[in-house]
Design a protein around this ligand. Structure first.
Ligand code: SF4
Ligand code: ZN
Length: 493
């Protein structure tokens, strides 16, 4: 499935080994290369915990013994459309692999690209390996054939049917031995990556049949290693410098939109702050546009009553950092209305109406009799429906409210670059592998995100899970519904 939400801005300076959102790198002034990522291509920088998580998965999956493949380099993570969480990992200007939450196995795994496989093998990975005879190489490369049993000379004992495996060219003499000299295996032996169609035992006991369905294969070559850029802090500084011209351009444009809109609309100005990165960028922009001119604007935070502690903490930090008065509106209605409405779903978002729309409507009606102009952190790369939004529109829900999205065209990379340059206190959840912050019961969460939530906030999740179990018992719903089916009200009916 291809999702087009806008142009893919991401490019790479292979000289500086940095992502650059333009044709020219501001640091070395040389041309940048395209990065072949899957649309919508809304990549973000990986934080330390992301890298730890990826390394742990690689260790578990391929038994990598060597050092950290990602050390001292900028790594990006880009969500791709797919079943549950699927994220491309970008290293050295190319896709290293896909970080995926395996819904059936209930765990995270990595599907390496051929380039990723080369680096895994160079780092000493020796699990999930299939060795094949050199003679079968032309069939795989030219005819896109699968690996058949007669072509196999080695299989690692850990292989289970359905596993993602690395296919290497190996010497025929070492047929079926566990004593393969892995230290001699290098990137140059990697032929491809694919999915095992047999368990280890089947492989050694059979003499025919398909062993691996190849996903990608390439003529064996050396892995590409670009220069190190330092630890995360140093790398971020370099990345900001390489994109300085892009940041300035996007900031100038957003400031223009805000200034012109405010002059045209002539209503009290409001910034809707959610504790998330997008609205934080809008708040920073508002401080520049209106703060400098001493034009008053209000900042509103709607607390749905289902916020994560990090979000509430961030609102306080932002308030203190910029000496703001943040108008907080808290809704306590979710748990009261739950018996009446049942669990919210992606196709049944009564929570949004009750916990966000109604409280803001009440506030606007009482505080801004003539209506207001609200700047929001909406971005078109977030979803198809958002990609179709104009820059300014009349709120459908709240009479008198005009909304404007000054960062509508920003990708997540524009946004992070802007935040890194201005260094505001951003929500700590982003450093804990969360892509977005929001209610802890949100039906928009993928199963992988629920796993993260359980890990960091088990008590909050327990409360919600208890409710789901109870509801399932009363309504004769099964385990699958409790696990994730609850996120849709009508889909399976
Ligand atoms: S963030 Fe999710 S749970 Fe919260 S109001 Fe919106 S849709 Fe509902
Ligand atoms: Zn450069």
């Amino acid at each position: 499935m291809k999702t087009f939400l806008g142009k893919i801005h991401l490019k790479w300076c292979i000289h500086c080994n940095l992502p650059v959102l333009d044709k020219i790198c501001n640091a070395c002034k040389r041309e940048t290369n395209n990065v072949k990522i899957t649309p919508p291509g809304d990549a973000r920088p990986a934080f330390i915990k992301d890298i730890e998580m990826i390394n742990n998965i690689l260790k578990d999956q391929f038994n990598i013994q060597g050092g950290d493949i990602f050390k001292n380099k900028i790594v990006l993570i880009s969500n791709t459309p797919g079943i549950d969480c699927m994220k491309e990992i970008i290293l050295d200007g190319t896709v290293f692999g896909i970080l995926k939450y395996d819904v059936e196995k209930n765990k995270w795994s990595i599907l390496p690209t051929v380039e990723g496989a080369r680096k895994i093998i160079n780092s000493g990975g020796y699990k999930k390996i299939i060795g094949v005879k050199k003679e079968i190489m032309p069939y795989i490369l030219e005819k896109h054939a699968s690996v058949l049993r007669p072509g196999v000379v080695y299989a690692s004992k850990d292989i289970k049917k359905g596993d993602d495996v690395i296919v290497l060219i190996m010497d025929d003499r070492e047929e079926n031995t566990e004593n393969q000299k892995f230290k001699d295996l290098k990137d140059i032996n990697v032929l491809g990556v694919g999915r095992a169609r047999m368990d280890y035992n089947e492989i050694i006991n059979k003499d025919k049949g398909m062993v691996v369905k190849i996903r990608h294969a390439e003529t064996p070559k050396k892995a590409t290693y670009l220069r190190e850029t330092g630890n995360l802090k140093e790398s971020i500084e370099k990345m900001v410098n390489a994109n300085e011209h892009v940041i300035t351009k996007y900031e100038r444009e957003a400031i223009g939109v805000m200034r012109n809109t405010a002059e045209k609309i002539k209503k009290p100005i409001v910034v809707a702050y959610s504790g998330g990165k997008d609205s934080l960028a809008v708040l920073l922009l508002a401080l520049k546009v209106f703060g400098d001119k001493k034009i008053k604007f209000d900042v509103i935070f709607i607390d749905t009553g289902l916020e994560l502690p990090e979000t509430l903490e961030n609102v306080e930090q932002v308030k203190n950092e910029y000496n703001l008065e943040i108008i907080k509106v808290k809704s306590n209605d979710f748990w009261n209305k739950l018996d009446e409405y049942g669990p919210p779903g992606r196709d049944y978002r009564w929570c949004s109406e009750v916990c966000k729309m109604k409280p803001i409507e009440r506030l606007i009606k009482s505080k801004y009799k003539e209506g207001c102009l609200t700047f929001v952190g909406l971005r078109k790369y977030e979803s198809v429906s958002r990609s179709k939004k104009p820059r300014i529109w009349k709120s459908k829900h709240i009479e008198g409210q005009i909304q404007s999205a000054p960062i509508l065209n920003w990708s997540a990379m524009h946004l992070w670059l802007y935040l890194f340059k201005n260094n505001p206190p951003y929500n700590k959840l982003y450093e804990l592998c969360f892509d977005r912050v929001g209610c802890y019961i949100c039906p928009a969460m993928e199963l992988g995100e629920i796993e993260l939530l359980k890990e960091h906030h088990p008590h909050l999740w327990e409360r919600w899970e208890k409710y789901l179990i109870n509801y399932a018992e009363k309504n004769n719903l099964d385990e699958e519904w409790i696990r994730g089916g609850w996120r849709w009200r009508y889909k399976n009916k």
